[in-house]
Design a protein around this ligand. Structure first.
Ligand code: GAL
Ligand code: ZN
Length: 663
C-alpha cells in the first residue's frame, strides 16, 4: 500500500477545464484557492482530446492545466483518461461496442461505450495509460492516479460474441471440464445439458427463466472482466509512477454488479462516489450506510469521497436541490464515517452537454451564491479538522454484506419478489442509526472477533467456511441475528437440503419445513405486539427458545422470532419482515443484551459517530432536525473553537466535531 494522505483533509472535485476557454483557467485556480480546494481530479473523460486520432497524442493543453494548478498550489489526482473511448475507436473497430442481452448495440454518443472483454479496447486503453503516465509521472502537481472512472457504471454486462468467447474461457478456468459445469448449473433439468463449450453463451434473452447458475456465473464473470481492466491499468501505472493509485467505486445507491470487496485489494486507497436520492427524506441514512460500507470495504482504513454533489444532480426524475446547510451535513457525515477527503463532481457547472443541470462547486450563477459560499465554508471546516486525518471509526456492531449473495438472492423464479437484498439491510441499519450506534459493513469472511453484535440480513448464498466462522464467533461469546431467506444455497445456487435456513440451521437451532410468503399488502401479527409482512415460514424450534409467534396469518402459533444459546453466545433468528417499530425494538433488545452503547446519548434525528486514533477521540454530532438540541460532550469544538464542559448545544441543521477530553 502506498501512503496516500497528505498534510490535510483532501477537498476539491473533478476539474474538466477542457470544456472552457483557456482564459477561464486562471480564474478557476483563484477561486479554488479562495475555497480552500487542495485536490482536483483531471482528465477523467479526456481521451478524445488527448488522442484526437489513433496514435497521435496532444498533451499541450493538459501540460498547461497541470502547470497552472501546480503554480496555484493545487494538487492533482490524474486520470488515466480511459473512461470513455473516442468515437474513432468504434468506427475503426465496431466490435468494441457493447451489446445488450437482446443484441441491441450501444452506440457511442453517451459514454463508456465499450465491451469490457474487448482486446482492442484493452490494448488501446493501455497505450493511453502508458502515454499519460509516461508524461506526467514526475509532474510535481500529481499526488494520486485515478484509473478510468466508475468502471461498469453503464457497460458492466455485455452479451456480444467477444464477451461470449471470454465467458467460455472464464468458465473453462472455473470448471476445467464440462461435466463439472453441467453439475454446477444443474443442466440435467429442462434439457440444458451442454456437450461442447461452443454451445454455451452468456444468458442472452431467452424464452423462459434463464438457468440461475448461468446467470450467477455471468455476473461473477462480468465483475471480474472489469476488475481485469482495473488491474491491467494498475500494472502499467506501477511500472511508471510512484504515487498511490485508486479508482472510484460506487458503493451504496443500489449499484450492484461490481464486487468491490474483491476489487479493494487492487487499489492503494479506496475511494467512493455517493449521490443522495433526492426524493427520499431519509436519504442521510442511505449516505451513512454507504459510508460505513465503504469503510468496511477499505478494511476500516480511512478512505476518500471522490464524488458527491454540492446540490442537485441532473439524472434523477426530480432533481431536488440541497437546502442551506445540507451540503455541510452531507460532507461531514462522510468524514465522520472515515473519509479523509471530500471531493465533488464537478468544479464548474457545464454550459453544454448532458450534465449541464448538475450542480458544481461554481454554479452557473457564479461565486456570489449560496453554493459557493457553502463550499468556502466547507473548505474552512476541513482545514479545522485536519487533526482527525488517519483516525479510524469506533464500531461494536458488524453487518455482513456480500455482493455475490446480493446477485443470487435477486435472481428470478424465487418465492417472493418482495424479498430484496437491500430491504433487511436498510431496516436493521436504520434501527442502529436511530439508536446512535455505528456499524461496520463487512464481508462474511471478515474477522468478527472484535464485535459485540453481528447482524446477518438475507444472506441467501453463503459459503461453509463463513458459516463455520460465524458459529465460532457465537460460541466464543458473540451474538448474531440472522434474518429470513438466509443460508438457503451454496456457491452454485443449489439448495442446502434438510430444511431451511440450510447453512444456519444448526447455529440458529431451528428447522423450517416450508415458506409461506404473504400476498401483496398482507400483514400478520405476533404475540409480542409486532406487525410484519412479506414473509412467514413454518419454523420448528430445534433447540432454540421461542421469543414470539404468529397470532394470525397462514401460520398462527408458529414461531417468528427465536434465540438459540450456543456456547457462550446467542444466535437469533428473525423469520418474518418486522415493521419499523418492531425492528427498532428487536435491535434495542440486541444492543441491550450485548452492552452496545451509542456514540453519545443524543436526541432523535441527531447523528453521532466517534473517530479514534489511539486514545485520542473525536465526537461528530450532526443535527438533522429543525430545532436546537443538547447532548453530553466534553472537549474542544473544532469547528467553532468553543469549549464544551459537559454539554454541547447544537443549533438546528448544524454539525459539531468535539476533540474529547480524556476522562
Ligand atoms: C458519476 C460520474 C460523474 C458524473 C456524476 C454525476 O456517476 O462519475 O462523471 O457523471 O456521476 O452525478
Ligand atoms: Zn462484449
Amino acid at each position: 500500500m502506498r501512503q496516500w494522505q497528505g498534510n490535510s483533509i483532501y477537498f476539491g472535485g473533478d476539474y474538466n477545464p477542457e470544456q472552457w476557454p483557456e482564459e477561464t483557467w486562471p480564474e478557476d485556480v483563484d477561486l479554488m484557492r479562495r475555497a480552500g480546494v487542495n485536490l482536483v481530479s483531471v482528465g477523467i473523460f479526456s481521451w478524445a482530446l488527448l488522442e484526437p486520432t489513433p496514435g497521435r497524442f496532444e498533451f499541450g493543453w493538459l501540460d498547461r492545466v497541470l502547470d497552472l494548478l501546480h503554480d496555484g498550489g493545487i494538487q492533482v489526482d490524474l486520470a488515466t483518461a480511459t473512461a470513455s473511448p473516442p468515437p474513432w475507436l468504434a468506427r475503426a473497430h465496431p466490435e468494441t461496442l457493447p451489446r445488450r442481452a437482446d443484441g441491441t448495440i450501444l452506440w457511442p454518443g453517451g459514454r463508456q461505450a465499450y465491451c469490457p472483454s474487448s482486446p482492442v479496447f484493452r490494448e488501446r486503453s493501455l497505450e493511453l495509460v502508458r502515454a499519460v503516465a509516461g508524461r506526467y509521472a514526475e509532474h510535481p502537481a500529481v499526488v494520486m492516479w485515478h484509473i478510468s472512472n466508475e468502471l461498469g457504471c453503464h457497460n458492466v454486462h455485455c452479451y456480444c460474441d467477444v464477451s461470449a468467447e471470454a465467458f467460455r474461457g472464464w468458465l473453462r478456468e472455473r470448471y476445467g471440464d464440462l461435466d463439472r459445469l453441467n453439475d454446477a448449473w444443474g443442466t440435467a433439468f429442462w434439457s440444458q445439458r451442454y456437450g461442447d463449450w461452443a454451445e454455451i453463451n452468456p444468458p442472452r434473452t431467452v424464452t423462459a427463466f434463464a438457468n440461475p447458475t448461468q446467470q450467477l456465473d455471468f455476473l461473477r464473470f462480468s465483475s471480474e472482466e472489469l476488475r481485469a481492466q482495473l488491474r491491467a491499468e494498475r500494472e502499467v501505472l506501477r511500472t511508471l509512477v510512484r504515487q498511490p493509485i485508486t479508482t472510484n467505486f460506487m458503493i451504496g445507491m443500489g449499484v450492484k454488479h461490481m464486487d468491490y470487496q474483491s476489487w479493494a485489494s487492487d487499489v492503494d486507497l479506496v475511494s467512493n462516489d455517493h449521490y443522495m436520492t433526492a426524493a427520499d427524506p431519509q436519504a442521510h441514512l442511505g449516505l451513512a450506510l454507504a459510508a460505513d460500507h465503504t469503510r468496511g470495504v477499505a478494511g476500516g482504513d480511512p478512505w476518500l469521497l471522490m464524488e458527491h454533489s454540492t446540490s442537485a444532480v441532473q439524472w434523477q426524475p426530480r432533481n431536488v436541490a440541497k437546502l442551506p446547510g445540507q451540503l455541510r451535513r452531507n460532507s461531514l457525515a462522510h468524514v465522520a464515517r472515515g473519509a479523509d477527503g471530500v471531493l465533488f463532481f464537478q468544479w464548474r457547472a457545464s454550459r453544454a452537454g448532458a450534465e449541464k443541470f448538475h450542480s458544481a462547486l461554481v454554479p452557473h450563477a457564479g461565486p456570489d451564491t449560496k453554493v459557493f459560499r457553502e463550499v468556502c465554508q466547507l473548505g474552512a471546516d476541513l482545514k479545522a479538522l485536519a487533526e482527525i486525518r488517519g483516525s479510524r471509526v469506533d464500531a461494536d456492531v458488524a453487518i455482513l454484506f456480500d455482493w455475490e449473495a446480493w446477485w443470487a438472492v435477486e435472481l428470478d423464479s424465487h418465492p417472493s419478489v418482495d424479498v430484496t437484498y437491500a430491504d433487511r439491510m436498510n431496516a436493521l441499519y436504520g434501527s442502529l442509526w436511530r439508536a446512535g450506534v455505528t456499524a461496520d459493513v463487512v464481508h462474511p469472511s471478515a474477522d468478527l472477533s472484535g464485535y459485540r453484535l453481528v447482524l446477518v440480513p438475507t444472506l441467501y448464498l453463503v459459503r461453509d467456511a463463513d458459516v463455520a466462522a460465524l458459529h465460532r464467533y457465537v460460541e466464543a461469546g458473540g451474538t448474531a441475528a440472522v434474518t429470513y431467506f438466509s443460508g438457503i444455497v451454496d456457491a452454485n445456487d443449489h439448495i442446502r437440503l434438510g430444511g431451511y435456513p440450510g447453512a444456519f440451521r444448526e447455529l440458529l437451532g431451528v428447522r423450517t419445513e416450508e415458506f409461506f410468503p404473504l400476498r401483496e399488502g398482507e400483514k400478520v401479527r405476533l404475540d409480542d405486539g409486532s406487525t410484519a409482512d412479506v414473509w412467514t415460514e413454518w419454523v420448528h424450534p430445534d433447540g432454540a427458545e421461542v421469543l414470539a409467534s404468529y397470532t394470525d396469518g397462514p401460520l398462527p402459533g408458529v414461531p417468528a422470532l427465536t434465540r438459540n444459546q450456543v456456547g457462550d453466545g446467542a444466535a437469533w433468528y428473525v423469520g418474518t419482515r418486522l415493521d419499523e417499530p418492531a425492528t427498532d425494538r428487536l435491535v434495542a433488545r440486541l444492543l441491550a443484551e450485548t452492552g452496545v452503547r451509542p456514540a453519545a446519548s443524543a436526541p432523535p434525528g441527531v447523528e453521532v459517530v466517534r473517530r479514534r486514533d489511539g486514545d485520542r477521540t473525536w465526537l461528530f454530532a450532526i443535527n438533522h432536525t429543525d430545532t436546537e438540541v443538547r447532548l453530553p460532550a466534553h472537549g474542544v469544538e473544532l469547528l467553532t473553537g468553543g469549549h464544551c464542559a459537559g454539554e454541547l448545544a447544537l443549533p438546528a441543521g448544524e454539525v459539531a466535531v468535539v476533540r474529547e477530553d480524556r476522562t
